[in-house]
Design a protein around this ligand. Structure first.
Ligand code: ADP
Length: 158
């Protein structure tokens, strides 16, 4: 069974994230969406809230499991017995960062392979940061985030 871990902050999850995950289901038998709860960024949602949002979004999808991790991704992957990491790429700055991360992870855990999927054009401008601004200032975000995320974000920010 081919399993991949999709790690990220998901603060909050956007339709760009969801699109990568849904497309990856055609390639992998099982995806573990793993929320990184110890990023240096000041999160708007707690780790628990991000896990809950993703669980609600993927409710009824048996191929997707939502989990959280602290510490190094390589240690989490080892613990889960998974050797494939899936990441999305939007642009050149994502590429540079991802390239560095993938090499660092490979150096620490040589069996680990990082697979990249290109964003779909319509999501290439989407980031969690932009979404927060759109919601905070009353913009229309229905094309950018799941209704569950929109409701939670409005509650949090307004
Ligand atoms: P991190 O803080 O680990 O970068 P993010 O939640 O920002 O976590 O992103 C998780 C993954 O999703 C990364 O691989 C990122 O490049 C990807 N991603 C984020 N937004 C998009 C998008 N709009 N389209 C495709 N991939 C995306």
């Amino acid at each position: 069974m081919k399993t991949a871990i999709c790690p990220g902050s998901f603060d909050p999850p956007t339709n760009g994230h969801l699109n990568i995950i849904e497309r990856a289901l055609k390639i992998f038998d099982r995806l573990i969406v793993a929320v990184a709860v110890n990023t240096a960024k000041q999160p708007i949602f707690t780790g628990e809230e991000r896990v809950d949002l993703l669980q609600e979004i993927f409710d009824g999808q048996p191929k997707i499991q939502v989990d959280r991790f602290e510490g190094l991704l390589v240690d989490y992957a080892k613990g889960r017995g998974v050797t494939t990491i899936l990441r999305g790429i939007r642009n050149m700055s994502d590429y540079e960062y991802e390239f560095q991360m993938a090499l660092a992870n490979k150096a620490m855990h040589p069996e680990l392979e990082t697979i990249f999927m290109m964003t779909e054009g319509r999501y290439s401008h989407l980031s969690s940061t932009i979404i927060k601004d759109v919601i905070q200032y009353g913009g229309k975000a229905s094309e950018m985030i799941h209704p569950i995320v929109e409701a939670a974000l409005k509650k949090k920010l307004r």
